[in-house]
Ligand binder design. Sequence first.
Ligand SMILES: NC(=O)c1ccc[n+]([C@@H]2O[C@H](COP(=O)([O-])OP(=O)(O)OC[C@H]3O[C@@H](n4cnc5c(N)ncnc54)[C@H](O)[C@@H]3O)[C@@H](O)[C@H]2O)c1
Length: 265
Amino acid sequence: MDLELAGKSVIVTGGASNIGRAITLGFAREGARITIAELDSAQAEKVAQEALKLGAKDVQVIKTDVTNMDQVKAMVDAAASRFGGIDALVNNVGWDDLKFFMQTTPDFWQKIIQINFVGMLNCTYNVLEHMIKAGNGGSIVSISSDASRQGEPREAVYGAMKAGVNSFMKTIAKENGRHGIRCNAVCPGVTIPEEEEEVSSNSMWSNRTAMFSEEQFAAIAKSLPLRKLGRPKDLANAVVFLSSRAAGHITGQVLSVSGGYSMIG
Ligand SMILES: NC(=O)c1ccc[n+]([C@@H]2O[C@H](COP(=O)([O-])OP(=O)(O)OC[C@H]3O[C@@H](n4cnc5c(N)ncnc54)[C@H](O)[C@@H]3O)[C@@H](O)[C@H]2O)c1
């Protein structure tokens, strides 16, 4: 299947670590021109070198805090100017620290809201401006979470923000379909890096046993219909497909890539 992504201009936020890294490398294999928008620019530069070796036509790293509207606007303008427009955006940045709701504080809620929701709004707004003006259509994929669909203990505010992501993507899919712009969400379940060096300094997985003990990882895997945890490339395959012409009639969808953890319908 020709995904027709060669030479396309793609932005991946948080594209240096775990799932975002695999998405960057997935687009690289298709010969895309990639902008990695990241807080950890040192790790992003390493991933950029890997992407070039795998076949990316060009890669630029732009140090960006997606929660800062001015930085996002500058990053999006730079992507459009270097690569002649923007064909696809992947809103991949996300963050959580697993705590029961009654152990959290309003400052913690604000951090979760900013990183998981406002960052996605900032990037989507600026990219839509370019896509609508250019008139060539495009794709926006936001990385959500199965916590948005299931109600996960210790992920109350995070799950609520990711449910907001799902709803937002459906609305902008309806608003922008007439411009040929497709908007979808992808929900990972627990998705762990293959190697320690696949994660950035800010990664939720830089200390993976702070998230779950090894016994808990094994129990989660056993509970899933496919009996295995997710790997970053599982998510990258779905995201690259949804961003491509091969998914040209798919919009407003929320796709779980989680070994069967949630089944909606
Ligand atoms: N890994 C999982 O088990 C899992 C499960 C469900 C959903 N998700 C979602 O998948 C996405 C990727 O998860 P991951 O495990 O690869 O995360 P990760 O923590 O390994 O990587 C996130 C990357 O985002 C960057 N980042 C964080 N805040 C940023 C900001 N404000 N501006 C720019 N960059 C920023 C970090 O530097 C890091 O490189 C997230 O949206 C996450 O919520 C992950």
